[in-house]
Write a protein that binds this ligand. Structure first.
Ligand code: HEM
Ligand SMILES: *[C@@H]1O[C@H](CO)[C@@H](O)[C@H](O)[C@H]1NC(C)=O
Ligand SMILES: *[C@@H]1O[C@H](CO)[C@@H](O)[C@H](O)[C@H]1NC(C)=O
Ligand SMILES: *[C@@H]1O[C@H](CO)[C@@H](O)[C@H](O)[C@H]1NC(C)=O
Ligand SMILES: *[C@@H]1O[C@H](CO)[C@@H](O)[C@H](O)[C@H]1NC(C)=O
Ligand SMILES: *[C@@H]1O[C@H](CO)[C@@H](O)[C@H](O)[C@H]1NC(C)=O
Ligand SMILES: *[C@@H]1O[C@H](CO)[C@@H](O)[C@H](O)[C@H]1NC(C)=O
Ligand SMILES: *[C@@H]1O[C@H](CO)[C@@H](O)[C@H](O)[C@H]1NC(C)=O
Ligand SMILES: *[C@@H]1O[C@H](CO)[C@@H](O)[C@H](O)[C@H]1NC(C)=O
Ligand SMILES: *[C@@H]1O[C@H](CO)[C@@H](O)[C@H](O)[C@H]1NC(C)=O
Ligand SMILES: *[C@@H]1O[C@H](CO)[C@@H](O)[C@H](O)[C@H]1NC(C)=O
Ligand SMILES: *[C@@H]1O[C@H](CO)[C@@H](O)[C@H](O)[C@H]1NC(C)=O
Ligand SMILES: *[C@@H]1O[C@H](CO)[C@@H](O)[C@H](O)[C@H]1NC(C)=O
Length: 364
């Protein structure tokens, strides 16, 4: 009897620990350790956004690209070193990810108040939420408590991030691999209501396998899923071989309202104005198409679901508790000495004792 109760208690404890490990994050994680954290991040993002509205889409995408590679662990923020090509220098991220300096500003402000407490991964998750709000989306509470990773590998970014030429099946598989549903896929693709794309993402490097000049199986080389008028416009913006000669040219992804967080992405999409094959693909699957149509007719519904799906995306976390580290500089894995001295009670860097359970593993 006693043995059995003991087992039951043990089982309950295991279930409880599994449940908390499954989420591992809490809204207001820094309530007591850094109460101003979320406000300071919001101020840094708002200041940068006042200077350039391109900041908002950049940070939303940066959070997505962080979460799909080793979970949301700030690995996308790490700079390459002589020994390591980091995620940010992988083709899906370079040269398109930008405004890393905004995360640096937010981190500096937070470090000045509460050194060594708030992870870079959480700062990025807060900054993405602030970006949604600044452009007209709904606010939402961000579960936090993510830990920063100590590995950032360019090949892993290439392997995990869905490319713009994926079809519906491939997109669904890519999201399913991260425990995200078809609904999450369609809802989150709505982030393409903001921001810009380089020509290379739809006109191809050297214009092979692209939507404008050499689309497989199309007599005129143009993807038939693209509105002919839009294809004509895109050809003027991205002339043949432009990705080679004008690698920095960009074009808005939502033609209708490029800087507003609204449902016009879906309106454009149903008029064959989706910029990528991955956008147009959402019309090729009945389940996905029904969601697109629902969001065309009900913007309120989409905005509410966006909060649900981006929170879910933000919960793709592999490091919790004392795993990983609280990076002191979001671009650099903590030096081994920072940890060694912090643990011995005489930190050289201004970290409060016990605030950073870093493994101190250096970049490989
Ligand atoms: C469904 C699969 C997705 C694919 C294939 C995809 C692909 C892309 C590509 C190729 C670009 C343009 C990069 C460039 O050339 O500059 C882009 C931009 C962008 N994506 Fe996605 N994306 C996807 C999902 C998402 C998700 C889930 C989010 C966020 C929730 C997102 C947010 C953005 C934003 C905001 C931009 C504009 C970035 C800027 O202006 O700096 N995308 N995406
Ligand atoms: C932090 O405070 C907010 C507001 O009072 C509360 O909703 C949240 O549950 C708190 N979180 C933690 C982890 O204490
Ligand atoms: C404002 O934006 C410009 C162009 O993007 C950039 O060069 C400059 O550093 C920004 N200034 C601030 C204060 O963010
Ligand atoms: C990088 O490689 C060089 C030469 O192999 C080595 O001396 C150095 O310690 C390495 N640095 C890191 C951070 O691993
Ligand atoms: C990066 O990841 C790839 C693919 O998983 C792996 O083959 C490679 O060894 C990794 N590189 C480093 C430096 O760990
Ligand atoms: C999607 O792409 C995969 C891989 O190229 C292919 O096997 C599949 O038939 C395609 N599916 C559709 C619906 O086009
Ligand atoms: C839509 O895509 C999903 C995921 O690939 C697939 O399971 C489903 O059968 C597709 N639905 C239709 C109607 O094609
Ligand atoms: C997806 O969920 C399953 C079961 O809940 C879990 O074992 C797995 O680690 C999750 N995968 C990711 C990438 O979060
Ligand atoms: C594109 O073409 C240029 C010039 O022919 C060549 O140097 C470059 O390697 C090509 N890039 C790719 C990705 O094929
Ligand atoms: C068009 O694409 C095919 C492969 O689909 C490639 O073999 C061919 O070289 C490309 N043509 C041009 C002009 O880029
Ligand atoms: C594109 O932008 C990068 C980074 O700002 C710059 O180094 C490069 O010179 C630019 N290339 C062209 C062709 O303008
Ligand atoms: C739109 O969606 C919201 C939220 O799901 C719902 O409350 C509302 O009734 C819907 N409006 C219409 C016109 O269907
Ligand atoms: C670590 O600390 C030791 C002793 O203070 C010093 O000699 C060494 O250079 C430091 N290493 C690094 C990587 O900072």
């Amino acid at each position: 009897m006693a043995k059995r109760r003991c087992l039951l208690l043990f089982a309950a404890a295991v279930v409880a620990s599994l449940l908390s490990a499954a989420a591992g994050l809490d809204v207001g994680f820094y309530n007591t350790t850094c109460p101003s954290a979320e406000t300071l991040v919001q101020q840094a993002v708002a200041a940068a956004f006042a200077n350039s509205s391109e900041v908002a889409p950049a940070l939303i995408r940066m959070h997505f690209h962080d979460c799909f590679v080793r979970g949301c662990d700030g690995s996308v923020l790490i700079d390459s070193t002589a020994n390591n090509t980091a995620e940010k220098d992988s083709p899906p991220n370079n040269p398109s990810l930008h405004f890393f300096n905004v995360i640096d500003s937010a981190k500096s402000a937070v470090e000045a108040q509460c050194p060594g407490v708030v992870s870079c991964a959480d700062i990025l998750a807060f900054a993405a939420r602030d970006s949604v709000v600044l452009t007209g989306g709904n606010s939402y509470q961000v579960p936090s408590g993510r830990r920063d990773g100590v590995i950032s590998n360019a090949s892993e970014a290439l392997a995990n991030l869905p490319p713009p030429f994926f079809n519906a099946t491939q997109l669904a598989n890519s999201f399913a691999a991260k425990n995200l549903s078809i609904q999450d896929l369609v809802v989150l693709s709505g982030a393409h209501t903001l921001g810009v794309s380089h020509c290379s993402s739809f006109a191809g490097v050297n214009n092979t396998g692209d939507r404008l000049y050499n689309f497989s199986g199309s007599p005129d080389g143009v993807d038939p899923a693209l509105s002919p008028a839009y294809a004509f416009l895109l050809k003027s913006i991205c002339p043949i071989n432009s990705s080679q000669f004008f690698p920095n040219t960009t074009t808005s992804m939502d033609l209708i309202t490029p800087t507003t967080f609204d449902n016009k992405y879906y309106v454009g999409l149903t008029n064959n104005l989706g910029l990528f094959e991955s956008d147009a693909a959402l019309l090729t699957n009945a389940t996905m198409k029904a969601l697109v149509d629902a969001f065309v007719s009900n913007e309120t519904a989409w905005k509410a679901l966006f909060s649900t799906s981006i929170i879910k995306m933000g919960e793709i976390v592999e490091l919790t508790g004392t795993q990983g580290e609280i990076r002191l500089n979001c671009r650099v894995i903590n030096p081994v000495n920072a940890t060694a001295t912090a643990e011995s009670g005489s930190p050289v860097l201004a970290t409060p004792a016990g605030s950073s359970e870093s493994t101190g593993v250096a970049a490989s």
